[in-house]
Design a protein around this ligand. Structure first.
Ligand SMILES: [Zn+2]
Ligand SMILES: [Zn+2]
Length: 153
């Protein structure tokens, strides 16, 4: 074990809370994405403009700040950072409350925060993808993709 600098003992700051809604969102991804081993779920932040809310379509999510696609369904060099191109296959779960091309929550809101996790294959390229949605207006949670299969191309 390499030596580590001792950390000062400190009580957790009561004000240093993780936002409960984000915790619930991450937990939904973690509980759904039972691939083994899966990466820890992460909140999605647009790599281009830093926005944290997205509109959600059939097989793609678009940043509300810069309108660029996240790269869910058709990732080339844009999209998830470090992503290898893949083809998205059907997941376990159909997209909920999704009218035609744009997802809305039950109250009709169409902008969501996202959390996702992937499972790497033997070559470390992602093989499954789970994405959950959080409506920041009413805090409802939705599953967008559940263990959807990714075929490297
Ligand atoms: Zn953006
Ligand atoms: Zn809503």
């Amino acid at each position: 074990m390499p030596a580590q600098a001792p950390k000062p003992a400190r009580a957790p700051e009561p004000t240093q809370e993780v936002e409960p809604a984000h915790e619930a969102l991450l937990r939904l991804v973690r509980d759904t994405h039972r691939g083994k081993p899966a990466t820890e779920p992460v909140l999605v932040i647009c790599r281009w403009c830093g926005a944290t809310e997205f509109t959600v379509g059939d097989t793609e999510c678009f940043c509300i700040g810069c309108c660029l696609p996240l790269g869910v369904g058709n990732g080339e060099e844009h999209g998830f950072p470090g992503q290898y191109p893949w083809r998205l296959e059907a997941g376990d779960t159909p997209i909920p409350a999704c009218a035609a091309q744009r997802c809305c929550c039950h109250d009709g809101h169409a902008e969501f925060e996202l959390a996702l996790a992937t499972t790497p294959g033997p070559d470390h390229r992602p093989r499954t993808l789970t994405i959950a949605l959080h409506c920041p207006q009413d805090h409802s949670l939705h599953l967008y993709l559940s263990n959807a299969h990714l075929t490297p191309r």
